[in-house]
Design a protein around this ligand. Structure first.
Ligand SMILES: Nc1ncnc2c1ncn2[C@@H]1O[C@H](COP(=O)(O)OP(=O)(O)O)[C@@H](O)[C@H]1O
Ligand SMILES: [Mg+2]
Ligand SMILES: [Zn+2]
Length: 505
């Protein structure tokens, strides 16, 4: 087959090689996974399920048998996308206007109402799915439609395409008298689109017929999106980059070039030998990904324990920071973490973790100062870079924020550690008795917020519980907790709004 024969199928005016080039902004595989979860969260999903699975696909030495194909699957119960949105999801915006125009000519859509300037649509899905694997099949369900779309480097290469063809098929779904699912193919926008698209998807995805594809919409539920990525990235040894076999209920990253094989991101000032778990454990990363986690995330069959980071800080001190060049102030919450070895600034942008464990000020000195102190920073005035793993610092706003964090840390350390030591030393010098008693004051009594999230999908609110409330039974994430369990009747109802996090100290 030649690409020219698929003239009716939509395409992006971009060379297929760009798909790979574009994905290189995601150096770190987990950064790409996070983008896909962001999309689910943006689509108001209350749940995302992620797992790696092996499919048997036609293959074998003579092509008549089957061979295993590993897939990374992400399914959410968000709003889903219809045909036009699927097109935007899979393409780079260049042919979007043309498609909308075509739709308007067919009287299907009001372009003016729908039109948004080019550039408004991001690149997250394209860059991240193509970073993880060479092929991505997207199945999405809205209240009215079921739509399937394919972004496949394997397909594009096999037909020697010089545009990015994005086959899309859409059905209106419903129920017949017997309650069985019905699918009615939407009319072509361009003659032959559905037929050609189906032919491509049946040949180049893991499903080989329209019936098989339609069968995949069932598990999605009322609305939602299912992404199946295949031809996953691997090493020359044949091993996959994402390892789901060595650690149960987790996906971990290896670095075959590292001495102990454990993947670590390069970090300024990171001491040799100190490992940061969220660099290589997806489960650990997902625990911190959102400052206030909303969506329930299941990884390899087990729920990711939601944790509110700010609830992990003891002796918490809160500061707001509003430089005159910004409209929205940043908040810095600083306190002792549970471990001496966990320290630095966790910097979030719109609730999403961008930079974990950034060491500032005294934490960069080769002594113990600042160790065990964690900062949770929400800095919406900053601009994340393309891969959402760093901040753009062309206007030095990021550096200015770090300087502020360094000052906050320094005074926190003085108030909670050094002042006590200094006073004790002074008393000792003055010959005071019982100076040792003073020294015990050096860390104030822990003041921690204890949060737990309601597991009712329509609620998912966070509740603060008193110090004597036993959270142990819910810690492993398998026993659900609901608002109704709250010991204070004032909070024991899904309808009660969530408590504000920042209560001025
Ligand atoms: N899981 C999803 N559920 C619903 N819509 C999605 C999903 N993923 C992507 N989309 C749609 O596709 C569009 C493009 O996604 P993406 O490439 O990540 O860019 P951005 O998120 O910056 O808009 C989104 O704006 C959204 O409309
Ligand atoms: Mg996105
Ligand atoms: Zn609730």
């Amino acid at each position: 087959m030649d690409a020219a024969e698929y003239g009716a199928v939509r395409h992006s005016k971009i060379h297929p090689r760009f798909l790979n080039t574009n994905s290189t902004s995601h150096k770190w595989a987990f950064g790409a996974i996070a983008e896909l979860l962001d999309n689910a969260a943006d689509a108001s999903a209350s749940q995302a399920i992620m797992e790696m699975r092996v499919f048997e696909v036609p293959g074998g030495s003579d092509g008549s048998g089957t061979e295993p194909l590993e897939a990374l699957i992400i399914m959410d119960n968000g709003t889903g996308v219809d045909r036009e949105q699927m097109h935007r999801l899979l393409s780079f915006g260049h042919s979007e206007k043309a498609a909308l125009l075509l739709a308007q000519q067919n009287g299907e859509r009001d372009v003016a109402a729908d039109h948004k300037p080019i550039g408004r649509y991001g690149n997250g899905f394209k860059s991240s799915s193509m970073r993880l694997g060479r092929d991505a099949l997207v199945l999405s369900k809205t209240k009215e439609f079921c739509t399937v779309g394919l972004l496949s480097q394997s397909f594009l290469e096999s037909v020697d395409a010089d545009d990015v063809l994005v086959p899309i098929v859409s059905w209106r779904h419903g129920k017949d008298e017997r309650g069985e699912d019905t699918y009615e193919l939407l009319p072509d926008i361009k003659d032959g689109e559905a037929e050609q698209s189906l032919a491509i998807i049946s040949k180049h995805s893991i499903f080989s017929s329209a019936e098989e594809i339609m069968g995949q919409f069932m598990p999605i539920g009322d609305t939602g999106t299912l992404i199946i990525m295949t031809r996953l990235r691997g090493f020359d040894t044949g091993a996959l980059e994402l390892d789901y076999r060595s650690t149960p209920e987790d996906i971990v990253l290896h670095d075959p070039t590292a001495e102990d094989g454990v993947f670590q991101k390069e970090r300024h000032n990171q001491r040799a030998g100190s490992k940061i778990k969220l660099d290589y454990s997806l489960r650990a990363y997902l625990t911190y990904l959102y400052k206030v986690p909303r969506m329930q995330i299941y990884l390899q069959g087990a729920k990711v324990k939601t944790r509110r980071m700010t609830g992990m800080l003891s002796s918490r001190h809160i500061e707001t920071y509003k430089p005159n060049f910004v409209a929205e102030p940043a908040t810095i919450q600083i306190g002792f973490s549970e471990s001496q070895h966990e320290y630095g600034m966790m910097i979030y942008h719109r609730n999403r973790l961008i930079k974990p464990y950034v060491r500032v000020g005294i934490q960069n000195d080769p002594d113990e100062r600042g160790m065990g102190v964690l900062g949770i920073v929400e800095a919406d005035f900053l601009q994340p870079t393309h891969n959402k793993q760093d901040f753009d610092d062309s206007r030095t706003h990021y550096r200015t924020l770090l300087k502020k964090c360094a000052e906050t840390l320094k005074s926190f350390w003085w108030d909670n550690v050094e002042r006590g030591e200094a006073e004790a030393a002074e008393e000792e010098a003055a010959g005071a008795l019982f100076s040792g008693q003073r020294r015990t004051r050096k860390r104030k009594a822990p003041m921690m917020d204890r949060w737990i999230q309601c597991d009712f999908p329509e609620c998912l609110k966070w509740r603060k519980v008193p110090a004597n409330y036993d959270l142990e039974p819910y810690k492993d994430g398998t026993t659900p907790w609901y608002c109704q369990y709250h010991p204070d009747p004032a909070w024991a109802n899904h309808d009660v709004p969530e408590e504000q996090e920042l209560v001025e100290p």
